[in-house]
Ligand binder design. Sequence first.
Ligand code: PGA
Length: 235
Amino acid sequence: MKTIAANWKMHLTLQDAVNLASSINSSSKNEIIIFPPSLYAILIKDIVHKKNIKVGVQNVFYEDSGAYTGEISPIMVKSSNLDYVLIGHSERRIHFFETDEIINKKIKKALSHNLNVILCVGEKLEDRENNRHFEVVKLQLLKALEGVYEFSKIKIAYEPVWAIGTGKNATPQQANEMHHFIKNIIPLHILYGGSVNEYNAKELLSQKYIDGLLIGGASLKSHSFNKIIELAELL
Ligand code: PGA
């Protein structure tokens, strides 16, 4: 089974989000997940649950409740019947200063409420240029998962920062090589993310160690996202 996930980030009006969700096709054999802006998540879940499409949130806090204006907790996500949380996306690390320690706390809290977690890791361009990409990703993984002993609800998304939203995807070989490296550290389901589109999805998905895709820009266009779902169906 492959996982095809849509990260809508901070895009779309409510009406556009409803229209997009309504037009996404289901899959008979793969797992499809949408990560809309959290404000829309319950409504989007209502629209797609009959198509067996799962819905998650792009971020969650590490406390159950309290005076944390603007945050949402894992209990809120769970009680809204949402299935997944993305944790540690590079945009959260860069724009909202999330450290590995914060990410570790979020993962533990989300797991304690039985949520499925997709942990995002990935090196920056300078790390790759200095041949430090394996070391950086390994450290991110070890720190994020420190003190975590139950892995059945965790997936990893490998998203090299230099490939996100740049139109410059990692080559299937680069991605596969990193996925292989990660699987040797921890044998989990690993998604690739970073400038995936309907033209490069098939080759990426055909790699031995690539178990799915996390798609930003191309997931905002129903024809592109549906095409990727269709390609995955035929593999
Ligand atoms: P992109 O984003 O597909 O637009 O590069 C991927 C992501 O950030 O999850």
